[in-house]
Ligand binder design. Structure first.
Ligand code: AMP
Ligand code: MG
Length: 400
């Protein structure tokens, strides 16, 4: 049944073996580095916290002093941002969260365990040495790696870099992604919808995905269904982009010009995949640009973008880990008549923590993708029984 079709894994392997990370690296301010991909590992040039400091509002004491008296004179006040004096023997220092521990003190007693008097404090519980002290270097050691190369920087990563004083980060330049859409039936929202026409919804879906994956986008819009125009567009996009992604025109219909156009301008490596949705997919190159031709069907182009274009773009962008993290989840549905091809089913979490199936899995029904929380990756020919654990790819994981 699947003869002549490439498996998803084979296709992915071929695709990824062709991908190479962009070589140019640029420095960007750490403030603007979120969603960029780190080109070199970052190490800390300092200990964090830089000094022992208090984890509580309370009193810094020398534990051995409490053997003679639980009442201590308060000899100083230390707020965050100040530096205290050495702690006089037999006294306590009023201290606040984040303030440096004064030399000589070896514990902090939280204020809830103290009774403040005029110039003294009554300690109600003897602390253990080290209590409520955050030791210098306990979070990050000087010289330690804090961020690995090939990591896409999330807000917490740029915060971490900033916490050790890194003001700029080396990142890979953005991948230039060219998108164009084939189909004489396509019009844009806002234009009159003449009989036989449909809106170019793929432009919105694919462009949105390209933005999520941090690409520098060149959106060339709609290309007429003819060989000359398609070849012209390919040449232009190849001159301006690292990767060209198209939608439509990769079937074997008479109006499908993408395949012959790529063959004429460059080379086409493969194009039939054992997956549903999304059988026709083209991979090749035009001059220095990689080419990926997605099917025009809205669900197919969305799913094939996530399964193939996503890891390809990530690898091109310099990301090290490109495989999506799937999770095991319970199917609260039956899927008795699976396809002979590997399927990507649109599903949604229910309140019981299981997955519901969208009633129509037709690849023309875009509603299913908007309704869903992600895709079940169902092996070829596998019937799913209610209650079974399935491989779930949440959008949240695929969107990064
Ligand atoms: P094709 O791959 O060109 O044969 O297109 C397959 C189906 O997807 C046809 O029904 C097209 O009308 C539809 N289609 C193609 N491109 C788009 C697009 N950009 N937006 C929405 N539907 C599309
Ligand atoms: Mg078409």
């Amino acid at each position: 049944m699947n003869q002549g079709l490439l498996s998803v894994d084979e296709a992915l392997e071929q695709l990824l073996s062709g991908a190479r990370a962009v070589s140019e690296v640029e420095e960007v301010p750490t403030l603007e580095a979120t969603k960029r991909v780190l080109a070199r590992p970052q190490r800390s040039t300092m200990d964090v916290p830089p000094m022992d400091n208090s984890a509580m509002d309370g009193y810094a004491v020398r534990v051995s002093d409490l053997q003679s008296s639980m009442k201590l004179k308060v000899s100083q006040r230390i707020m965050a941002g100040m530096v205290g004096k050495p702690l006089e023997p037999g006294t306590a220092a009023r201290i606040f969260t984040g303030a440096p521990i004064p030399p000589g003190a070896d514990a902090v007693v939280m204020q809830e365990h103290c009774e403040a008097e005029k110039d003294a404090v009554l300690i109600k519980r003897v602390p253990k040495p080290g209590a409520w002290i955050r030791l210098s270097g306990s979070d990050i050691r000087k010289g330690g790696e804090i961020l690995a190369a090939g990591k896409r920087l999330l807000p917490q990563d740029t915060g971490l870099a900033a916490s050790v004083g890194i003001k700029a980060l080396p990142v890979f330049r953005k991948v230039r992604l060219g998108l164009f859409f084939t189909g004489d039936e396509l019009v844009m929202p806002g234009e009159p919808l003449a009989p036989g026409r449909i809106y170019n919804s793929n432009r919105f879906t694919l462009r949105g995905l390209a933005e999520i994956f941090g690409c520098e986008l060149r959106d060339y819009g709609i290309v007429p269904d003819n060989l000359v125009a398609t070849r012209e567009m390919l040449r232009r996009a190849a001159a301006e982009c690292d990767v060209i992604v198209t939608s439509g025109g990769v079937s074997v219909g008479e109006a499908d010009y993408v395949k012959p156009a790529v063959e004429a301008e460059g080379s086409l490596l493969m194009w039939r995949i054992a997956m549903k949705p999304g059988r026709p997919l083209a991979f090749g190159s035009v001059r220095k640009a990689f080419f990926i031709g997605l099917p025009g069907n809205p669900v197919s182009s969305f799913v094939t973008f996530l399964i193939f274009v996503r890891p390809f773009l990530l690898k091109t962008q310099g990301v090290t880990e490109v495989a999506p993290r799937a999770i095991a989840a319970r199917a609260d549905f039956d899927w008795p008549q699976p396809d002979a091809r590997r399927e990507f089913l649109r599903v949604k979490w229910n309140a019981q923590g299981g997955l519901e199936l969208y009633p129509t899995q037709d690849s023309a029904v875009l509603t299913s993708t908007a309704w869903a929380d992600g895709l079940v990756d169902n092996p070829a020919g596998h019937a799913i029984g209610r209650g079974e654990q399935v491989r779930f790819l949440p959008y949240a994981e695929l969107y990064w």
